[in-house]
Design a protein around this ligand. Sequence first.
Ligand SMILES: [Zn+2]
Ligand SMILES: [Zn+2]
Length: 110
Amino acid sequence: MWCWRCKSEMPMLSEDEFSSVQALYSGGIKATKEFRQKWGIALEGVPIDDLFRPVRTRYEELTSMKDCHQNAIMHHRISLYGPPCEQCGKPLRTPKAKLCGACMHPKSEG
Ligand SMILES: [Zn+2]
Ligand SMILES: [Zn+2]
């Protein structure tokens, strides 16, 4: 499925898949906070990529896409996107979009 943020075809997650990824992401945020409290360091000093590794591993299990950035994974959720554009076939950027962000083709009503 086309991701306009990544500007490429990316595997997208269903709500079930996304909820398991989201749980790991929350865990990563918590681990980041704890790490900072424990060591008293700035965010730049935190090994974010290590703390969020479970998110990327889970995404890889679900999609076989390796090492996708965790922030990108969090927008690869099918429900964030609209139906495919009638002209170019790319999904609309949001479920409520009135026209296609890629080719500007207006969505037909109904
Ligand atoms: Zn993306
Ligand atoms: Zn289009």
